[in-house]
Structure formats: C-alpha cells, structure tokens
Design a binder for this molecule. Structure first.
Ligand code: NAP
Length: 238
C-alpha cells in the first residue's frame, strides 16, 4: 500500500522516474518530482494533476546543494512529510578507456550520480526519521563491479551501492531503510544513448520494472533494508 505516502523522486521528468511517478501517484501516493529541465517535468505534472493526483514538480539539479535544499523545503511545505526518497537522477557520461576519460566528464558524472544522491539522502534524513521512512537508490548492472569502459558511470553506481549500505547501517536504529535497485535494461533515452544500434522495441518499458519500487516504499517493505534488488527478477514476497 503506497496510498497516503509522500514519495520524492529525483529525475522524475522521463524514463524510469516518470514511470515511477505514474505508478505511485496512480496508487494514491503524493509525489514530489525534480529534474533540471522543467518542460517535460511540468507536462508530466500537468498530466497527473489532471487525473486527480497529488503532485509537486520542482526544477532542481541534484548536484547543487541549494537546489536539493529548495526541493526538500518545497516538498515539506506542500505535503508536510516525506516517507520515501527514490534517488533516480543520473547521467551516463562517456564510455571509453580510463586512460582517455575526460576529467571534467568524470567529475560531472560523479557529481550527479553519487554526490547528488548523497545530497538528497542527507537532506531527507531528518524527515525520514520522523516518518520512519526509507530510501531507494537506483543502481545499474554495472553497479556491483567495475565494468571496463563504463568509467565514471560504473564507479558512481558502485559508490551509490556503498552509500546505500552505509545508510542502512547508520540509520537502522532510527527505523530508516535504505536499499539499492538495479532496474535492468529499459526503453529510455539513457539506454538509447548507451546502445544506439539496439532496437528499443526489444526492451522492457520502465513501467514494467516498477513492482520492486512500489514494494519498497509501501508498508509491506517496512522491514527491508541493506539489500540490493534486480527489478526484473523481483517477485513479491508471500
Ligand atoms: N535505461 C536503462 O536501461 C538503465 C539501466 C540500468 C540503470 N538505469 C538507471 O535508471 C535510472 C533512470 O534512468 P533512465 O534510463 O530513466 O534515464 P533518463 O531517461 O536519461 O532520465 C534521467 C532523468 O534524470 C534527470 N536528471 C539527469 N541529471 C539530473 C540532475 N543533475 N538533477 C536532476 N535530475 C537529473 C533527467 O531530467 P533532466 O535531464 O531534465 O535533468 C531525467 O528526468 C538512472 O539512475 C539510470 O542510471 C537505467
């Protein structure tokens, strides 16, 4: 049951973030979305609001500490609480040998995928302590090992999974959960950029991988922490 929960989703304007917004809002959650660009974010928020759902859209770059603070403040002003954070915003960056990996691109990818997730997690801990809520960190198939030629993206997702484990350990006594999910390949802009020769019609849609996220933000997932899930292999317990 996610009805009545307040869920923050970073990178909520398209792809998996948008699918999660539609799924969770459709099941009665209030959703607070952010992304850097506002056009598709506002379009999605308009679509959900016109269907009667409770949605807040905030333009924010997760790599910016002040943007993250503004997003959290706007969420609390609007909904009064936070039950879950889904750290989903991410960028791919170049895929090339480390020897030729551009340092500026390395810094950019880490600042969004890892530092951005850290900033969002850090900013919501006080609210999650009150709600005894949780965080879900969106990792990748390259997040549990160093994938050759995937550079900062693979490093950032490995760091994200370590961050998730740290948060689970540090916050267990507060009743705050932290888990990582590898969504697997999905038909999104990021996947098309990574595999331009692939036929997107062969890929699952982002909405097809949302079950594990709905479980983790629901009361059914209340005892689950410190774990790593593969979304496309997830079977609802019980
Ligand atoms: N697609 C796959 O096959 C696949 C596989 C494994 C893991 N993943 C992971 O799944 C998650 C979703 O991926 P996706 O394929 O849906 O990606 P996507 O289609 O590229 O969407 C990424 C989202 O993140 C936002 N974003 C990017 N940088 C941001 C920033 N600095 N601050 C705030 N928002 C930002 C984007 O909006 P703006 O550009 O407007 O900011 C967009 O809403 C990511 O964590 C990705 O690493 C994807």
């Amino acid at each position: 049951m996610v009805e009545g929960k307040v869920v923050m989703i970073s990178g909520g304007s398209r792809g998996l973030g948008a699918a999660l917004a539609r799924r969770l809002a459709g099941e009665g959650a209030s959703v607070s979305l952010c992304s850097r660009g506002s056009e598709s974010l506002d379009d999605l928020a308009g679509e959900l609001i016109s269907s009667g759902h409770d949605v807040l859209a905030t333009s924010a770059d997760v790599a910016s500490e002040s943007d993250v603070a503004n997003w959290v403040t706007a969420t609390l002003d609007r909904f009064g609480r936070v039950d879950s954070l889904i750290n989903n915003a991410s960028m791919l960056g170049p895929r090339c040998p480390i020897e030729t990996y551009p340092p500026d691109a390395w810094r950019s990818v880490l600042s969004v995928n890892l530092t951005g997730a850290f900033l969002c997690a850090r900013a919501v801990i006080p609210s999650l302590r009150e709600s005894r809520g949780g965080m879900v960190h969106v990792s990748s198939g390259v997040g549990d090992h160093g994938r050759p030629f995937w550079g900062a993206y693979s490093a950032s997702k490995n760091g994200l999974e370590a961050l998730s484990e740290m948060l689970a350990g540090e916050l267990a006594d507060d009743g705050i959960r932290s888990n990582a999910v590898d969504p697997g390949k999905m038909r999104t802009e990021m996947r098309a950029a990574a595999y331009p020769d692939e036929d997107p019609m062969t890929l699952p849609m982002p909405r097809d991988v949302t079950d594990v996220f709905a479980y983790l933000v629901s009361d059914a997932g209340r005892a689950v922490t410190g774990q790593r899930f593969r979304a496309q292999e997830f079977v609802l317990p019980g």
